[in-house]
Design a protein around this ligand. Structure first.
Ligand SMILES: Cc1cc2nc3c(=O)[nH]c(=O)nc-3n(C[C@H](O)[C@H](O)[C@H](O)COP(=O)(O)OP(=O)(O)OC[C@H]3O[C@@H](n4cnc5c(N)ncnc54)[C@H](O)[C@@H]3O)c2cc1C
Length: 449
């Protein structure tokens, strides 16, 4: 028998220590990490009884080039994962575009990307996971073992059934560059037809889009490339979403492509003279989404201290929705006609998943249109808080769609249960968290005002 690699041995040691330390633990759990959270719930989370620090579980364990798999600890970020696998010629099947999203968070939080039309969601690349149950027991689960019910319920569980300590994920071969071809359309129907056709073609590695309220629709088709005529700079000189509107072709390193929206937290770094200088000259460690997240939180805290907490009418519209492809045009028309983003873009991604997870009611093998919005908006005069999120959620459900839960839900518990398979969730919760040490999914995601 071969001895485990030093990385596996280190991981096993940490796991044993975690189990041993558990005996003294009590109270409801909340995860503490060393990187930022990419949740965007519209309410304060309140104090946790006990924070469980898993910040050390953030390393790559082993890449198997022959099997095209990667073993990685649950709190490893995609920056770490891509930084390890890309120089060896590989990438995860789906790699989210914010650097500090973790493999554990993206697996339980329905991670998406421009490869979803081919590979499904982040969790569709999961082969096996070690999960720390809320009781402190650690189990290994995969698609067809004794804990397969847990494996299939991890997506959309948001840590409420346990925390992933190790994931084995599938990889695909990758080249050092990505060539993006950009086509502009002036109507939603033609845009969606072209996007759908692109998902059927064999030669697109990435398919995605951006569109604006003045009905400019941009389709981006990406292909891996070993050689490019130039490399565009989207860290200092250009802002990615602006470049898309001015060019037919963009050439990026693959790493820059994967994290193309990270430096500007999509399109949220302002464009004043100060920020233009910041963009150009700030040390690289400040040019990422974690910096923006921390900066925005600090700014809001300071403003609250100076002028007292108050409703300014500016609120987040940070959310993804998915509808069956045939309803994509209706969703586009609705958002353009009813939501004012002040000229910022909507993001579009086609998704086809090979299997339906237990807690996320998407049809396997059907093409879905994913719409994303990641900015602050001004609420229309006289409307209730989070007006735009509420009307978009409602429209999405009307169109047989699904709302992602990294943001807040405004459903009551009965409708939430009906939509997200609440009865099976309760059975799983009894089995894997009989003492209720972790909150329920509804308690975690419901907006309570
Ligand atoms: C502005 C914005 C943009 C986004 N863009 C993208 C995108 O481009 N692509 C994409 O895929 N997703 C995107 N997301 C969604 C994101 O992937 C999810 O919110 C994801 O759950 C965040 O994971 P995290 O690693 O940051 O973990 P956190 O935000 O810290 O935690 C998210 C949830 O997962 C749980 N969790 C964290 N780690 C683990 C673990 N190891 N095991 C079990 N549960 C765990 C936490 O308890 C929590 O409920 C975006 C979210 C926002 C707010």
């Amino acid at each position: 028998m071969t001895s485990p690699s030093p990385e596996f041995a280190r991981y096993e040691r940490k796991k044993t220590e975690l189990e041993a330390s558990w005996r003294d633990e009590a109270g409801q759990l909340r995860l503490a990490k060393s990187t930022i959270s990419n949740l965007f719930r519209y309410k304060d989370r309140g104090a946790a009884e006990r924070k469980l620090s898993l910040g050390d579980f953030n390393n790559v364990i082993a890449l198997d080039a022959e099997q095209r798999t990667l073993d990685v600890e649950g709190l490893a970020t995609f920056e770490t994962i891509v930084g390890h696998s890309l120089p060896r010629g590989f990438l995860p099947l789906v790699a989210p575009e914010l650097k500090h999203i973790t493999i554990g968070g993206a697996t339980v939080g329905i991670g998406i990307e421009s490869t979803c039309f081919r590979h499904g969601f982040v969790h569709d690349g999961l082969i096996e996971a070690d999960v720390l149950l809320p009781s402190g027991r650690i189990v290994t689960c995969s698609a067809d073992d004794e804990h397969s019910d847990l494996f299939h319920a991890l997506p959309n569980s948001y840590g409420t059934l346990g925390y992933i300590l190790r994931a084995r994920i599938r990889l695909e071969e990758a080249a050092p560059y990505v060539h993006l071809g950009i086509k502009r359309f002036d109507n939603a129907g033609a845009y969606l037809d072209a996007m759908q056709a692109a998902t059927d073609a064999d030669d697109n590695d990435f398919v995605e889009g951006l569109f604006f309220e003045d009905r400019r629709f941009y389709l981006m088709l990406g292909r891996f490339s070993r050689d490019v005529p130039q490399v565009d700079d989207i860290l200092r000189r250009n802002i990615f979403y602006k470049l898309v509107q001015t060019r037919g072709d963009i050439y990026l390193t693959t790493s820059d492509y994967i994290f193309r929206y990270d430096p500007e937290w999509f399109w949220n770094i302002p464009e004043s003279p100060f920020y233009t200088l910041f963009r150009r000259y700030a040390p690289k460690r400040f040019r990422n989404s974690s910096f923006y997240t921390k900066y925005a939180a600090t700014k809001n805290r300071l403003l609250d201290m100076i002028r007292g907490p108050r409703d300014t009418g500016i609120e987040p519209l940070i959310q993804d929705w998915e509808v069956p492809w045939q309803h994509g045009e209706a969703l586009i028309d609705f958002c353009i006609d009813n939501v004012d983003l002040g000229g910022l873009p909507w993001a579009a991604v086609p998704i086809r998943t090979p299997r339906q997870p237990t807690l996320y009611p998407i049809q396997a093998d059907e093409l879905y249109f994913n719409l994303g919005c990641y900015c602050q908006v001004r609420r229309p005069e006289g409307k209730e808080r989070f007006h735009y999120t509420r009307i978009m959620d409602r429209k999405c459900f009307e169109l047989d769609g699904i709302k992602m839960l990294y943001s807040s839900t405004f459903l009551d518990e009965a409708e939430f249960d009906a939509r997200f398979n609440g009865s099976t969730y309760r059975t799983l919760k009894k089995k894997y968290d009989p003492d209720g040490r972790a909150p329920t999914l509804f308690a975690k995601v419901a907006y309570t005002g």
